[in-house]
Design a protein around this ligand. Structure first.
Ligand code: AHG
Ligand code: MN
Ligand code: MN
Length: 312
């Protein structure tokens, strides 16, 4: 029986094979694979850290870096030697840094560890990656060619899109990312919502939107971790995540480059929408790396309802 025909190989599609079948160009395939491997190292660090965060001394008296910075270091060094990345920007760095010769094809943005303040509660946290071909600043055009996020929960799962749909993989016991669902498609409408921020800080329009969702019987789902909160909307195939403009901070809390753009790319690939309440997230001009934006992201019905109420 040929290797291709055995039941095992037919059903066992790992990440590399999936990207090859999808026709993802070879350097992008290799880059996505190398980032997925970093997820395993970051997960090991989360376990090793024994839930200790910054400012702790480990048993040998060494200063223990925050998990955010350790995760950033691991990611940066993997990308530096990948041969595919000329610039890197992350939530943990002041600005974009050159990490290649300048001739490499891609620029990578990262939130190396999102939700690290939840580590001690053992709630799920994640890594968010955006991959761009051209400059990530002042473009205003859609420069993103791929995005992925890894969720460190009861399972380690990874969702990627290289522009042909959004696909989920589960890390198996042998350390392989095995395809669990491909071409995830959101329904028109869901039944869950994440409100973001504090009710007393919301702008009146956001309060009106949330009250409408509550009236329509939507269930509140909010862990405080952006990655699992978004992941549940994708996996439940509908609903809306919001982190709104607040009275004291009209741009909300979440970072456009490191958190919102990659999730917007993936959600759109799954047939959803992502806006700042008015414009598409992916069309917003990025003036600086730490730019914030309000976000309404999820299935079409809820995002359009939000836009309507916010523009009234
Ligand atoms: P990070 O850990 O990368 O700083 O991100 C934390 C973010 C995001 O994960 C989440 O959606 C948001 O903080 C939650 O904010 P609130 O605690 O204000 O709800
Ligand atoms: Mn974050
Ligand atoms: Mn972070």
């Amino acid at each position: 029986m040929g290797e291709e025909n055995s039941d095992y190989t037919k059903n066992f599609v790992d990440l590399r094979r999936h990207m090859w079948i999808e026709g993802v160009e070879v350097e992008l395939r290799r880059l996505i694979w190398q980032i997925a491997v970093v997820g395993k190292y970051i997960s090991a660090k989360i376990h090793e850290s024994n839930r200790k965060l910054a400012g702790f001394k480990n048993v040998y008296g060494d200063e223990q870096l925050a998990l955010d910075r350790i995760s950033d270091d691991i990611l940066k060094s993997q990308l530096k030697f990948s041969g595919f990345v000329r610039e890197y920007a992350s939530e943990e760095l002041e600005d974009i840094i050159k990490i290649g010769t300048g001739k490499e094809k891609y620029i990578v943005t990262a939130d190396p560890l999102d939700g690290s303040s939840l580590v001690d509660t053992n709630l799920a946290i994640g890594t968010i990656i955006g991959i761009h071909k051209e400059s990530i600043l002042d473009s205003g055009r859609r420069t993103m060619v791929a995005a992925l996020y890894i969720t460190y929960g009861p399972l380690i799962t990874m969702i990627y899109s290289a522009g042909q749909g959004a696909h989920e993989f589960v890390l198996d016991r042998e350390g392989e990312y095995v395809l669990s669902q491909e071409n995830i498609r959101l329904k028109e409408k869901g039944s869950i919502f994440s409100p973001g921020g504090l009710r007393r800080d919301w702008i009146p329009e956001h309060l009106k939107f949330v009250e409408q969702l509550e009236k329509d019987g939507y269930k509140l789902r909010y862990s405080g971790g952006f990655v699992p909160d978004i992941n549940q909307i994708l996996i439940k195939k509908g609903g809306i995540f919001t982190y709104p403009a607040l009275k004291k901070s009209p741009q909300g809390k979440l970072r456009l480059l490191f958190e919102l753009q990659p999730m917007a790319f993936i959600m759109e690939q799954a047939g959803g929408l992502a806006t700042d309440g008015n414009q598409d997230i992916l069309s917003l001009k990025v003036e600086n790396v730490n730019q914030l934006s309000p976000i309404y992201i999820g299935s079409v019905t809820e995002v359009q309802m939000a836009k309507k109420i916010l523009s009234a």
